[in-house]
Design a protein around this ligand. Structure first.
Ligand SMILES: [Zn+2]
Length: 315
């Protein structure tokens, strides 16, 4: 009698362990540079959304280097879209108000969105194509003067200069020897609406150099490197649209535009965040180098119409 109880228990424990191993293996991130879509897993996708923008370095205040390996990256999986908030926002408000001429963001009224049934019924295909770690870094908790940073996230839209595959190849290149070549977006959206995740949202992608965001709270920009102009990268989530073939490698001020699939996938991605409409901007708008005008021919009315079918403001 006793023996059979123990055997049953042993069997049950073995089954639980086996199930856990199977689960772990099936949840492994898939790296794919050929831009083919993976099978759907909503929780995995949400982990990559702008809802997970946060100052990673605020948790453990060390001076991060852009070449840090992302191997130990922990990507939080959230069952529901969550409000974006930096960990030390409240604690830092007083300190930040004291001085700091360059970046003085005002805390914005908190807006929380809920995704709609239309959002739930739309599922774009996606793939993960890690950028090389030399092309991104950690988000800083303090600026070059030691001032705590509390800018709420913004979303910066871009377009590629050539095909999506060409952009992915660029991001996969190790540029640790050349600071000027280090570049990345968090996410790329191909012509067919395929969502390509490149850099985890809690990391700092190098999407815009010399740049400033002019929001409702005033001028926002952050300097984290003595040798570089201040930029919005520390609080930006960068998304790029694959440019149409008629504009590949051409420096044009307009082109045939983006596909419906791209507008829908972009709205779907952003609908998962609590970034308000007026903090969704373009590289052109934030650029201070005078050289960036992307994304050209972007239809904001069309985009916002779709976004508003995917998420609504909470009452
Ligand atoms: Zn750009």
């Amino acid at each position: 009698m006793r023996d059979s109880v123990w055997i049953t228990r042993l069997l049950a424990i073995s089954l639980v362990i086996l199930a856990a191993i199977v689960l772990l293996l099936s949840n492994k991130e898939v790296s794919n540079s050929n831009l083919t879509a993976n099978s759907q897993s909503p929780s995995e996708q949400k982990a990559w959304s702008p809802a997970n923008v946060q100052y990673q370095s605020a948790i453990k205040p060390t001076i991060p280097t852009p070449s840090q390996s992302p191997d130990n990256q922990v990507v939080a999986v959230t069952p529901k879209p969550q409000p974006i908030q930096t960990n030390n926002q409240k604690a830092n408000q007083k300190a930040n108000q004291k001085n700091n001429q360059v970046s003085k963001p005002q805390p914005l009224p908190k807006t929380v969105f809920t995704t709609t049934a239309t959002f739930s019924s739309y599922q774009p295909k996606y793939t993960v194509a890690w950028a090389d770690p030399s092309n991104y870094g950690d988000r800083f908790a303090t600026d070059i003067h030691g001032m705590p940073l509390m800018n709420p996230p913004i979303i910066v839209l871009h377009e590629t200069t050539n095909s999506a595959q060409s952009a992915v190849n660029t991001f996969k290149t190790n540029n640790s020897g050349d600071e000027n070549r280090q570049v990345s977006y968090h996410t790329l959206i191909a012509r067919n609406g395929l969502v390509v995740y490149l850099v985890p949202p809690d990391k700092r992608a190098f999407g815009a150099g010399n740049s400033v965001f002019e929001g409702a709270g005033g001028i926002e920009t952050v300097q984290t490197n003595l040798n570089l102009k201040p930029s919005v990268n520390n609080f930006a989530y960068h998304v790029s649209l694959e440019t149409p073939p008629d504009a590949w490698d051409k420096n044009v001020s307009s082109h045939s535009g983006y596909t419906d699939e791209q507008y829908y996938a972009l709205a779907w991605l952003i609908a998962q965040s609590d970034v308000p409409d007026d903090r969704i901007t373009t590289h052109r708008a934030v650029d201070r180098s005078g050289q960036r005008i992307d994304p050209v021919s972007f239809d904001f009315d069309k985009f916002f119409n779709i976004l508003h079918t995917f998420r609504v403001k909470n009452a």
